[in-house]
Design a binder for this molecule. Structure first.
Ligand SMILES: Nc1ncnc2c1ncn2[C@@H]1O[C@H](COP(=O)(O)OP(=O)(O)O)[C@@H](O)[C@H]1O
Ligand SMILES: [Mg+2]
Length: 250
């Protein structure tokens, strides 16, 4: 689904990411851990193709296609969706209009909004006066309408209370089309039936209680320093901190 080959990225001429290699296959959800300022959000922004994030080396492939130089809207149309940490307020554009714009086909905005407790926000300006949790829900509602094949979430639980984390997790699973394993369905079958992929940045790991992830990576000083089982890596980081966790894997 997504393949990064030796990706290096600079922001305003400052090198941030160095030789990042990552392969997310269809149906896989990967988690990205890492200390503040190490380049996690930069990675997502570069994959989405936002301005100011200049690829200085390497390639980004999506569904086998080289998208390193594609525009943001081309990438979105190909099936990449993102929830950024601090989306802007858009005065004069209602949530309903925004969701309709994001929608691939004719989506039932009211039905989707009902799933994520956003019905009463539909006629308000996007993010205008929204709380932390409301911003996340509004962003997720847009992703529900967009139906991307690769969903990237940047710290979906930050600024969200416990009740809303469950709702955020449920909605992320809806976007990833990940239901519960059916009775009698083998783990293998459950996994191979999945098609949509995810890349989720999390500091706390709380969201992992709701979204089953396949692999985790630690980003350290602008590169992916190690990879492994999400729960094991999380407990290693909690016990020893990022630096030791990265070093013990070397
Ligand atoms: N638009 C920008 N202009 C200047 N520096 C930036 C910009 N975006 C990110 N950076 C810098 O890049 C580094 C990595 O930031 P970021 O990717 O947000 O880290 P993380 O998400 O891991 O906390 C930081 O030092 C940050 O200040
Ligand atoms: Mg960040």
């Amino acid at each position: 689904m997504l393949k990064l080959e030796n990706l290096s990225v600079a922001v305003n001429d400052r090198p941030i990411l160095h030789d990042v290699n990552l392969h997310i296959k269809p149906g896989e959800v990967h988690v990205l851990f890492g200390p503040n300022g190490t380049g996690k959000s930069t990675l997502i922004s570069a994959i989405m193709g936002f301005a100011r994030y200049t690829v200085t080396g390497g390639k980004i492939y999506f569904k086998g296609q080289d998208i390193t130089k594609s525009s943001v809207d081309e990438r979105a149309r190909l099936g990449i969706g993102v929830m950024i940490q601090r989306p802007p307020t858009l005065r004069g554009l209602t949530v309903r209009e925004m969701v309709q714009i994001c929608g691939k086909k004719q989506v039932d905005v009211d039905e989707l909004a009902d799933k994520i407790n956003m019905v009463e926000f539909l006629e308000r300006g996007v993010n205008e006066g929204f709380s932390g949790g409301e911003i996340k829900r509004s962003e997720l509602l847009q992703l529900m309408a967009q139906q991307p094949d690769l969903v990237m979430l940047d710290e979906p639980e930050s600024g969200v209370d416990i009740e809303n984390i469950a709702l955020v997790g449920k909605s992320a699973n809806y976007i990833l089309e990940r239901g519960m394993r059916k009775n009698g369905q083998t783990v293998k079958k459950y996994r191979t039936d999945r098609k949509k992929s995810g890349l989720i940045i999390t500091h706390t790991g709380h969201i992992l209680q709701y979204i089953p992830a396949d692999t985790a990576h630690v980003m350290y000083q602008g590169t992916l320093a190690c990879s492994g089982n999400p729960q094991e890596m999380l407990s290693c980081i909690q016990k020893k901190g990022y630096e030791e966790c990265v070093n013990c894997a070397l």
